[in-house]
Every structure is written in C-alpha cells, then in structure tokens.
Design a protein around this ligand. Sequence first.
Ligand code: AMP
Ligand code: MG
Length: 488
Amino acid sequence: MAFTLSGDDACQITPPSPIPNPYWVAFSSSAAKLIGLEIGSNELPADATWLEVCAGNALSSTSHQFTQPLSTVYSGHQFGVWAGQLGDGRAILLGEIQGQELQLKGAGKTRYSRMGDGRAVLRSSIREFLCSEAMYSLGIPTTRALSVVGSEMPVRREIMETAAVCTRLAPSFLRIGHFEHFASLQNTSRLAELANLLIQDHYSECQNASNPYLELFKQICQRNAKLVAQWQAVGFCHGVLNSDNISAIGLTMDYGPFGFMDQFQIDHICNHSDQGGRYAYHRQPQIMHWNMACLASAFLPLLELSNDASEAQSLLREALEEFPVAYASAWQSLFRQKIGLMTEDDGDIRLIERLLQAMHDSKVDFTYFFRQLSQTRQNQDIQTICLRDHFIDRSSIDQWFSDYINRLKSENSDDGERRKLMNAANPKYILRNHLAQAAIDKAKQHDFSEVKRLLEILSRPYDEQPEYETYAMPPPPDLEKVEVSCSS
Ligand code: AMP
Ligand code: MG
C-alpha cells in the first residue's frame, strides 16, 4: 500500500510543478514491467500521456489516474548530527501501481523544500537512473528508476544547468528518518502506525513473533547489514549515508554522489564534499550500524508499549549487537564466492584480507581484478598469471597466488565450473564514473544514445559482451578522477 499516514503532520497533498517542453532522456522497459507497462527494450512509451505524467505535467495517463500526489515528512541525522525536520523536498509520490509506489524526484517545491528549489538537474538524474537499474541487474536491492524526463528549464547549482525529473519505483520509500521524525515528537501512535504498515506490507514474518516490533527492528537491521555487504562486494560507495537516506525495507536509495571504485583504496571517499571521510568505503558497515542505532532509539517507545523501560533498552541493545555478526557473515560469504571458494576454511578470511591489502597497496582495479581472477587454473605456473603484473610487490603477490592455488586444490574444484560461478559473482560491467560522465556529456547535447547503451550494457553485468569490451576496462589515466559532490 502506498504511504498511508494521512494527516497534516505526516504528509501534504502536493501536485507536481510542470516543466516546459519535456522530452524523454531515458526509459527503462524493465522497470516499466513492474507497473504493467509492456514496452519493448530500447523503446519509449507510445502513449504520450506517460511523458506528461513522468514530467510532472499531468496527473493521469490513459490507463492511470493519480488523485493524491503527496510529499511526506521525515527527519534525520546528517553527517552524524541531528538535522531536525527534513522531508520530501523534491519528491512527490504519485500513487501505487501493482505494489510499486511511483515517485517523481525533482518535480518542484513541496512543503518540505526548505531553502531548495525542488528540482533535480539532468546530470544527477541520469546518474540516479543508470545506477538504480545497474544495481538491480547486479542483484542488489534498490529503488528502481522508470525514466528521466528533461527540459530546458534552467536550474542553478554551482553553474547553470537544466532540470530533469526522475521517476522512481519502490514497494516503499519509507526511511529510517520517518521513524526518527515521529520519535523526536514523542508521537508513539504515529510510530506504531509506521511500524504496523511495514509489518503488514513488507515484513509479514514479524506478524506472529512474540514481540513484533522487536522482530521488525531485527529484520530491518538484517536487511541493511546484507545490503551493505553487497555494496562492499562490488566496490560501491553510497556517498551520503545519512539516516534520512537509509531505507526501512533495505533498499539502496537516494543516489547522489555515489561511486563504484575503480582503483581499490580501502578508505576511498567518493563524495568530495565529505572531507572527513565519514562515508568512506571502509566505514560504510560501521555507519550503517550507527544508523541502525538511530533507529533503535526511535523504536524505544514502541518497545516500551510492552516492556518496561530498562528491558526495552536492553532488548534493543542486544538486537543491535546482531548487526556486525550479520554483516560479517554476509561479507564473508560474498567474498568467498568472489574468489571462488565453495567450502569454508578458517584461513579464508585472512587470505581475502591479504588480497585486499595488496590490492590497496598497488591501487589495483577492483572490478577488473576479481573478474580476471576466475581465469586462474590450479595447475598454473604463477609466473604466467597476468594479474600479478598489476601489483608492485611481485614476491608478495606471488606468495598470495601460491596460497590461493593451494586453497583451490584443497577443494579440488573443477576450474571451468569455478570460473562460471566466479563470473556470476564478479560483474564485468559496473557504472564507472567516467562512463556515466561520458553519457551525461552527450545527453547535455541532446544525444541520449550513450545513456541507452549504458542501460543496455549494465542490464547484463555478469555476461561477456565482446562488442563492449572497452566498457569493462579501468578508466584511462586522465579520466580516473571524475569528481562528484552533493550538489544535485
Ligand atoms: P539529500 O542529501 O539529497 O538526501 O537531501 C537531504 C534533504 O534535502 C532532503 O530532505 C531533500 O528532500 C532535500 N533536498 C535536496 N535537494 C533539494 C532541492 N533541490 N530542493 C528541495 N529540497 C531538496
Ligand atoms: Mg535524501
């Protein structure tokens, strides 16, 4: 069910503000299927009313009417500090189709816009669109993107840019920040409504638990622990892991200055506005845990409905301690798969850590390395492994390969079979910053072909696509440092 907290304190009916002369920039036929629209891949909807809807210029298509467009209020912690009330400052929920909420991002001011203009620019909308769809194809939980619609309407950021609207889809856009909002107002009945909504629609497994709210909290932690492990496994940095950007159903959401790492640097910071590196790659798990602690505080009044105060606290504290355990278990399993191990051995984690340290020291391309690693054969002479040339300290990486091959031999796995499994765990194609940038540069000239091509390539990230070999390569040196900031 679409966001159902009705009432002035939770949301406001907000019609989108139109943009002049809208045009399609990008469209995902795969996302369209979720709402029952059958549109051929690489095609645009023939029904022109969808362009008007996705631009925010109309509230009905031929097939659907959206009678209650609304924006919702939430609060949150930004960069570790309580920021108070935030809310959908530029997002408008149109309604729900087949269990998917449709939300326009960048469709104009709302009651929660604060100092903002309610708009999004073409550049950031294309990035969100491509990354949402790429994450989905990688098998990582995410909000989806149906389309980007552009307009020549000017929007001021560091420089003048043009407006775009990204239509997002998700079973729910509820965030940790929604809970924090009503907790900060000590509004326990609203908190209970939110929790009940989640249990009913997204966490039915909690319904029959002896303490449904505690179980709900645990399940939210579990989903987000697994999610962040999946990010680490593909070298994804979110960039702004504020509690208002963390999904209550465990989706990657609010794509801003995110980045997939090219060269592996454990402390990589993708958002150049994040000077202290709070959201650096290696901190993501601990930051997600921190966000779950924010959620725990917000859940306290809910647990106090059925437990005394100190009991409620200790139940939540214990539940919170399960986060690092769930994360570690998911991480270990994903990285074992990445290096092709089918069994568990005590030394595996040390083996993986030694590899990551060596990759960090030599700034090895994360995606390229893991993809190529599947080529290793058990009877291979280490001197013939091409990947060793990517490392500065050859003797140390040779030792690693020797230990790795011995470990493979201990499993006696079939090289061909293992290669297949490893290729299904290590994507060949990711949304590298320089690729997104090239697509954006063309789109600014009204050439959307590169956005379309990237969408197509990234929809099959684990497949070999020989015609697109260059898209799998690390960026050329002059394009290594495409910088992205919070401005969007
Ligand atoms: P973000 O950092 O994008 O997650 O946004 C933080 C808060 O600022 C959210 O409440 C957004 O809705 C709001 N916001 C971001 N950009 C704008 C904008 N251009 N206009 C209005 N609100 C915005
Ligand atoms: Mg946000």
